[in-house]
Design a protein around this ligand. Sequence first.
Ligand SMILES: NC(=O)c1ccc[n+]([C@@H]2O[C@H](COP(=O)([O-])OP(=O)(O)OC[C@H]3O[C@@H](n4cnc5c(N)ncnc54)[C@H](OP(=O)(O)O)[C@@H]3O)[C@@H](O)[C@H]2O)c1
Length: 332
Amino acid sequence: MQAIVHYEYGSADGLELKEIDKPEVGSSEILVRVRAAGLDRGVWHVMTGLPYPIRLAGTGLRAPKNPVLGMDVAGVVEAVGNDVRRFHVGDEVFGVAKGSYAEYAIAREDKLAPKPANLTFEQAAVVPTSGATALQAVRDKARIQSGQKVLIIGASGGVGTYAVQLAKALGAEVTGVCSTTKVDLVRSIGADHVVDYKREDFAETEHRYDVMLDIGGNSSLSHLRRALTPKGTLVITGGETDGRWLGGVDRQLRAMMLSPFVGQKLGTFVASVRAEDLIVLKELIEAGNVTPVIDRTFSLSEAAKAIHYLVEGHARGKIAIAVHDINEGVTE
Ligand SMILES: NC(=O)c1ccc[n+]([C@@H]2O[C@H](COP(=O)([O-])OP(=O)(O)OC[C@H]3O[C@@H](n4cnc5c(N)ncnc54)[C@H](OP(=O)(O)O)[C@@H]3O)[C@@H](O)[C@H]2O)c1
């Protein structure tokens, strides 16, 4: 099968499209014929092996353990292991797999769900990691309630576009923070107010927020706290820096250490894609409460170009990778 592989950590320029063996399914695993894959910041971290602690977390210490890149996937079940109960050959699924930038990928049963009926494979492929992260931030960490004033920093990105829609679905009054060219996008997905960070500082206005989700940029903790009500909740989800060891996680660590000593609740979390959350997202999508925002779809052979596009900050919402399907022609 065709796959995008990397044998060493490094930039997207080191990625190759290669013919490799189709993976074999284990007893509790599912072989998915990939129709589309999703791209998010996590793929860049796995590709570069940065920050270093992710290598200890399982990607491989000196070199990538799994040479095939990609996690988010949507496709059709090709084969199932003997212990798999929830899926059958021919089912349309979405979730995370071990190496989704390939014609076939292996996934665990607890990491897949039936594909939302109203989405294309490309739309479904951009939901799992970003959608589940946004859901866990909004529902589990911030516990957003109807009527709360919520600020979402990084509202135009992969996680942010889902977070805005999920917070709105819970009845919050949402303010999104993004750059000038993406203000229209953030408004179009339902934000009540938009702060263009190129022109205005969210902490320098008279507004104070009950909940803040910090998903983009690297505002200091004191800057973030200034915009939060005295009993408000801050959830730091991400933010990219060049730090090879901490990669920006130092803000998260300081937030956790400070939280017990102040009136505000300051926290962070590491998201995990689980079948039960994929099913919640599927229901919200089918009910029309959440719609994936796809900026561009690249072909499998253009995976490196897609990663450059993401890292350069051009993406409005999500990026999909359409996978050439030898059985059904080219999907892109
Ligand atoms: N905690 C977890 O488990 C978890 C899970 C998934 C992702 N993450 C992390 O979450 C972060 C966002 O992921 P993503 O997939 O949404 O990335 P993304 O698609 O690249 O989006 C990044 C967002 O950051 C915004 N941004 C950049 N500079 C900013 C600034 N100075 N002020 C305000 N916003 C700014 C961008 O807005 P403009 O484009 O408008 O500038 C964009 O909306 C990443 O750091 C990722 O690693 C964490």
